[in-house]
Design a protein around this ligand. Structure first.
Ligand code: SF4
Length: 126
């Protein structure tokens, strides 16, 4: 993880419209808004501010898992693996790793819906 000064140096005055990274810390340091992808789907669009602090503002369980995996937040890994795109579950693509899943999650793919100023693909996000 690089400090913000290093990202500023790397951007060198440029203001890109988007970037793709596996480094959530980099994303929330550089960008105003973050789209969380998983198994080929967007699971949440959130403000970078939502990732700061305790992560309670985040909507999707996977986003919360990413937040918990940031070293400053405890470096907690989520057990399991992402499914292959040619073998996706019938319902939610995150259901194998989600501790909030219900029968509905196993059978029905969640819609991508507006929630609290962002967007989320989860049946039970509130
Ligand atoms: S739809 Fe269900 S399994 Fe998927 S993230 Fe939401 S609670 Fe978890």
């Amino acid at each position: 993880m690089l400090p913000k000064e290093r990202y500023d140096e790397w951007l060198n005055g440029h203001d890109p419209e988007g970037m793709i990274t596996h480094d959530i810390n980099a994303a929330v340091t550089i960008a105003d808004r973050v789209a969380i992808f998983y198994a080929g789907m967007t699971l949440e669009i959130a403000s970078s501010e939502d990732f700061r602090g305790d992560g309670q503002a985040l909507r999707h369980p996977y986003s919360k898992a990413l937040h918990a995996a940031i070293p400053a937040n405890g470096f907690r890994a989520t057990p399991g693996f992402q499914p292959y795109s040619d073998n996706l579950p019938e319902g939610c693509v995150f259901c194998d790793r989600c501790d909030r899943k219900t029968e509905r999650c196993l059978k029905e793919r969640p819609e991508f819906r507006e929630l609290r100023g962002g967007k989320v693909r989860c049946h039970h996000a509130t």
